[in-house]
Write a protein that binds this ligand. Structure first.
Ligand code: N01
Length: 534
């Protein structure tokens, strides 16, 4: 690491996005790049979220980089859904293989970034006292990295241990013999529940909203599975780039209503049997467009829950009602519903009796007091905007990003913000981002950004900025497309509903990857219509 203070680009974050941005800009564009990473290791999400049961819920062979055929051939995935340590090893391998570490400063959080109009450069400050400048600021902060810590009275008074799934201790936690209270039943809580239940003396799960979870059906790869994947990587990766959500399978083109009840049942059973996201993205194409079609799939899942969970009251509590399947990001699980058949596991409904306070001995709901040795918060994130807004980002004329986004995020293509020249937001709000298999969305953005920078450099330009008009049109388009789907119909983090006071806006672009990529291509091939250069 050099003591340089002026870079062509500063990248915030060394997860999947930051690592590829560094590689692309440094190695393909010969730029000087500094990456700042808050963690003391690379990996982003896969560095922080090391709670028991944390595993990828997209399959390994397409939840990975595709930019290097050599990397794809040499890395061996152990099975369908790798656990967190395996993915962390993969990202570390990538950092070593492409000699990325020398340009990454770990344990350093970017606290402020201000655009200097006179120089067309960003001034960046960190919590370690760094003050550097860069022509381009590339945010690779992740869509789910600002933990949501509920504002409950008494958090400091609890005498036991408190853990957050989003910042799990590196050394792990031993729950043996302990009474554990777990709050939150999103993907993290649903993955952690079976593992903690298997270890702890007692586990009490506090559920505010039940989720529709699909079995992962994890299995280890045999050598012949690996060989087949490696032979087919080119086709697999090509399919991920053209599909709606970045997965290598296509939805069923027929409308749900046009298929007989018997055939529908057979199809849904088949998808349930295969497990994973295919149920969502490889099922009927109108699942997230038509409420009645959605209800058929939703009821199918409820039936599975009722068949699995032996106690009928618990089963009913676990059955989601009142919102469409997929409108909240659906979890993928291993033995989640089965875990509620264990003697040592209890489900508590906090939708009717909310948590009032954390107490010295545990927690209190409006209905009862509970005692625990450990509390686990699986309460999610201030998604998509939270991490960026926790940095003091000021654009042209000193405008704060927090003010520009006071009524919800505004971007052009989720890549740029009007008034914030030379700043690129990898998988920013207004792009498909979290609705797409993340590495696929990330690679697309990094490559688009690199092309844009190259275009500027060829012309000797030092400043680019989204125009207000183009941004307004994109924000309107994003909102319009969202209205045509069911995504706005749940209180999900997609719309900011999990964070009190956050403006309710469908943040990801819900038009799907092909339509989005077409737009991005049209913009770049038209000489970046909607952007102004200087
Ligand atoms: O967070 P979540 P997560 N009092 O927001 C509840 C990705 N991910 O960390 O639904 C009581 O989904 C909240 O209740 P409600 C994935 O994209 C991927 O689990 O708001 N409860 C909910 O039940 C995922 O979607 C993997 O009513 C409170 C839970 O806490 C995203 O990360 C694994 C509360 C939070 O669920 C986030 O998942 C894990 C409060 N004050 C996560 N505040 C992979 O495997 C919140 N809750 C790739």
């Amino acid at each position: 690491m050099t003591g340089d203070t002026d870079f062509d680009a500063v990248v915030i974050g060394a997860g999947f996005a930051g690592l590829y941005a560094l590689k692309k800009l440094r190695d393909d564009l010969s730029m000087t790049v500094r990456v700042y990473e808050a963690g003391d290791g690379v990996g982003g999400t896969w560095y922080w979220n090391r709670y028991p049961g944390a595993r990828c819920d997209s399959e390994s062979f397409y939840y990975c980089y595709s930019f290097s055929p050599e990397l794809a051939q040499e890395w061996e995935w152990s099975g369908r859904y790798p656990e967190q340590p395996e993915i962390e090893r993969y990202v570390n391998h990538v950092a070593d293989r492409f000699e990325l570490r020398r340009d990454i400063q770990l344990s350093t959080r970017v606290t402020a970034a201000t655009f200097d109009e006179s120089a067309n450069r960003w001034e960046i400050r960190t919590d370690r006292g760094d003050a550097v400048t860069a022509r381009f600021l590339v945010t690779a902060v992740g869509c789910l990295s600002a933990p949501n810590v509920p504002d409950l009275p008494g958090m400091d008074e609890f005498q036991g241990e408190i853990y957050f799934t989003a910042t799990w201790p590196r050394e792990g936690v031993d729950f043996t013999g302990k009474r554990v209270g777990l709050i939150g039943t999103g993907s993290s809580g649903i993955q952690a529940t079976p593992r903690i239940a298997a270890e702890a003396a007692r586990l009490t799960v506090f559920q505010r909203t039940p989720n529709f979870s699909i079995p992962a059906r994890h299995s280890a790869f045999l050598p012949e599975d690996q060989a087949k994947i490696k032979e087919n990587y080119e086709d697999i990766f090509a399919a991920t780039r053209t599909s709606w959500a970045g997965f290598p399978y296509a939805p069923i083109k027929r409308a749900t209503a046009s298929v007989s009840a018997d055939e529908r049942e057979e199809i849904l059973e088949g998808l349930w049997g295969e497990g994973g996201f295919k149920f969502l993205w490889g099922g009927f194409h109108d699942l997230l467009l038509d409420a009645e079609a959605n209800e058929i799939a939703s009821e199918f899942i409820r039936r599975k829950i009722r068949e699995t969970v032996k106690d009928p009251d618990t089963a009913e509590l676990l059955c989601p009602k009142g919102y469409p399947y997929g409108a909240k990001r659906p979890p993928i699980d291993t033995d989640y519903y089965e875990t509620f058949n264990r003697e040592n596991v209890t489900l508590v409904d906090i939708s009717t009796a909310p948590i009032e306070a954390i107490t010295t001995a545990g927690l209190r709901t409006t209905a009862a007091d509970y005692e625990f040795d450990a509390l686990v918060f699986a309460t999610g994130f201030d998604a998509m905007t939270g991490t960026l807004l926790r940095i003091d980002i000021r654009g042209a004329d000193g405008v704060r990003l927090a003010d520009a986004w006071a009524d919800g995020p505004r971007t052009l293509l989720g890549l740029q913000v009007a008034g914030f020249p030379n700043m690129f937001t990898i998988t920013g709000p207004g792009s498909p981002s979290v609705l797409v298999n993340m590495p696929v969305a990330i690679e697309h953005h990094v490559e688009w950004i690199a092309d844009c920078i190259e275009y500027m450099r060829e012309r000797g330009w030092t400043r680019l900025e989204a125009t207000e008009e183009a941004q307004d049109a994109w924000v309107e388009h994003v909102a319009e497309v969202a209205k045509q789907s069911l995504f706005g119909r749940a209180n999900s983090w997609y719309v900011g509903a999990n964070i009190p006071g956050k403006p309710r806006v469908v943040m990801p672009y819900t038009g799907g990857q092909p339509m989005y990529r077409e737009r991005c291509d049209a913009v770049s091939s038209s000489g970046y219509e909607g952007f102004k250069f200087g």
